[in-house]
Design a protein around this ligand. Structure first.
Ligand SMILES: *[C@@H]1O[C@H](CO)[C@@H](O)[C@H](O)[C@H]1NC(C)=O
Ligand SMILES: *[C@@H]1O[C@H](CO)[C@@H](O)[C@H](O)[C@H]1NC(C)=O
Ligand SMILES: *[C@@H]1O[C@H](CO)[C@@H](O)[C@H](O)[C@H]1NC(C)=O
Ligand SMILES: *[C@@H]1O[C@H](CO)[C@@H](O)[C@H](O)[C@H]1NC(C)=O
Length: 355
C-alpha cells in the first residue's frame, strides 16, 4: 500500500472530523518530518503553498493532502462543489438524499466517492453522474435508501459497497462491463433471488450476500470468486457440484440458513481450494465430507449426533491426514466420549476442537 493510500485509509476509518484533523495530522506531520514547520510559523509559510481557495467553506481540504476533500459528518443535505483537483471525496454520515446530474462535472479525476450513511435513493441519482467518472475505482453507498444497484457505473470500478440498503433486485444489465470489479458488498438488503446477474463480473473475488432473503443460491456466479458470504439467508438446498465452479474459492460462509443433510449432495464441500467453511446455525445431523486442505470448520448450533472421522479422512496414512486446525461443534448433540480414538490420527493439526 502506498503511503498516500494508507493515509486515506486511516482518515476514512478514523471516525469523525476532529479525529483526523488533530490525531491524524500530528501523526502525519511526524512521519513526514514536518513537525518543525508546524511549530514554527515562519518556516511553515516559507515552505507551504498558500491555502487553496477552492475548498467549500464547510469542508476540510488539508494542504498536505491536496487531492482529498473531507465533508463527512456535517449534516449536509446536498453535495458541495468538488474542485477539479480532487481524487478522494468523503461525504459519509450526512443527510444527502441524492447525487444530482452534473455534481461531479468538474471533478473528473475522482477515484473514491464515499457516501455511506446518507439518505440517497435511486430516483435522485443522475443517470450519468457516476459513469462519467472514468477514473472512479471505489463507490461507497452503504446504508442509504437504494432499492436497486445504481447504473450505469464506470468500467474502471474496483469496489462497490451497497450494503444496508433496501435492494430487492439487481437488474440483469446493471453490472455489464465492470470487468475490474473485485469487491461487491450487497449484504443487509432485501434480495430474494439474484439469478445469474452477477456472472458478468469477470474479476469478482469478494462477494457478500449475507443478511438477505435468498431462498436459493445464485444461479450463476463468476468463477473468479475467492470469498463468498451467504450467512443469514433462507437457503435449504445446494445444487450438485455447486462449489466446484469456483476453483479459487477459499472462504465460504453459509451460517444461519436452513441447510439439512438432504439438501446437500455428497462431496459438496469436498473442494480442494476451501480453507474455511462456516455452516453453523443450520439443521445438519451429520458432518459433511470436507477436503483435507480445509483448516477452519464451523458446525456449531446444528443437530449433529455423531463425530464421523471419515468426513475428514477417507483413508489415513503418513501423508494423508486432515489439515483442520479449528473445528467448532458446540451446540450439537455430540458428547466428548463419542469421539473415536482414530480422530487424533486424522486430525493431527487440530488445535481447537470445541464440543
Ligand atoms: C465547475 O467549475 C466552474 C468554474 O470554476 C464553476 O463555475 C462551477 O460552479 C463548477 N461546477 C461544479 C458542479 O462544481
Ligand atoms: C426512501 O426511498 C423511498 C422511495 O424509494 C421514499 O419513498 C422514501 O421517502 C425514502 N426514505 C427516506 C428516509 O429518504
Ligand atoms: C482495469 O485494470 C487494469 C489493470 O489494473 C487497468 O490497466 C485498466 O485500465 C482497468 N480498466 C479500466 C476500464 O479502467
Ligand atoms: C474428497 O474427494 C476426493 C476425490 O476428489 C477423495 O479422494 C476423498 O476421499 C474425498 N474426501 C472425503 C472426506 O470424502
Amino acid at each position: 500500500m502506498k503511503l498516500t493510500h494508507m493515509l486515506v485509509f486511516v482518515a476514512l476509518f478514523g471516525g469523525g472530523a476532529c479525529q483526523y484533523t488533530y490525531g491524524y495530522f500530528n501523526w502525519l506531520s511526524r512521519i513526514m518530518g514536518y513537525s518543525r514547520s508546524y511549530s514554527n510559523r515562519y518556516f511553515e509559510t516559507e515552505l507551504e503553498p498558500p491555502l487553496p481557495t477552492d475548498c467549500p467553506a464547510e469542508c476540510t481540504c488539508p494542504r498536505i493532502f491536496p487531492k482529498a476533500m473531507y465533508c463527512d459528518t456535517r449534516r449536509f443535505k446536498y453535495i458541495p462543489k468538488v474542485p477539479a483537483r480532487m481524487k478522494y471525496v468523503y461525504l459519509q454520515n450526512n443527510q444527502i438524499d441524492g447525487v444530482p446530474e452534473g455534481v461531479f462535472d468538474n471533478a473528473t479525476h475522482l477515484v473514491w466517492v464515499v457516501l455511506h450513511g446518507n439518505k440517497i435513493s435511486n430516483e435522485k441519482i443522475g443517470t450519468d453522474v457516476f459513469s462519467k467518472l472514468t477514473n472512479l475505482e471505489r463507490v461507497y453507498l452503504d446504508h442509504n435508501n437504494l432499492s436497486t444497484i445504481p447504473f450505469p457505473l464506470p468500467k474502471s470500478l474496483r469496489e462497490l459497497r451497497v450494503a444496508g440498503n433496501m435492494i430487492s433486485k439487481v437488474p440483469p444489465n446493471a453490472l455489464e462491463g465492470l470487468d475490474n470489479l473485485t469487491m461487491l458488498l450487497l449484504n443487509d438488503n432485501q434480495l430474494e433471488d439474484i439469478g445469474g446477474s452477477l456472472k458478468v463480473l469477470k474479476s469478482l473475488s469478494f462477494l457478500d450476500l449475507s443478511n438477505n432473503h435468498l431462498k436459493k443460491l445464485p444461479d450463476a456466479l463468476p468463477n473468479s470468486l475467492h470469498q463468498l458470504y451467504l450467512d443469514f439467508n433462507h437457503i435449504s438446498v445446494i445444487p450438485n457440484e455447486y462449489f466446484k465452479q469456483f476453483p479459487k474459492l477459499q472462504y465460504a460462509r453459509m451460517s444461519n440458513n436452513e441447510l439439512t443433510d438432504n439438501g446437500i449432495p455428497l462431496n459438496t464441500f469436498n473442494v480442494s481450494s476451501l480453507i474455511e467453511l462456516d455452516l453453523s446455525h443450520n439443521k445438519l445431523q451429520k458432518i459433511p465430507p470436507v477436503n483435507e486442505n480445509l483448516e477452519n470448520l464451523y458446525l456449531h448450533a446444528n443437530k449433529i449426533k455423531e463425530f464421523t472421522v471419515d468426513s475428514f479422512c477417507k483413508t489415513m496414512g503418513w501423508m494423508s491426514f486432515s489439515k483442520i486446525q479449528v473445528i467448532r461443534l458446540d451446540g450439537n448433540s455430540i458428547r466428548q466420549d463419542n469421539i473415536p480414538p482414530e480422530m487424533h490420527q486424522c486430525l493431527r493439526r487440530a488445535r481447537i476442537i470445541n464440543i
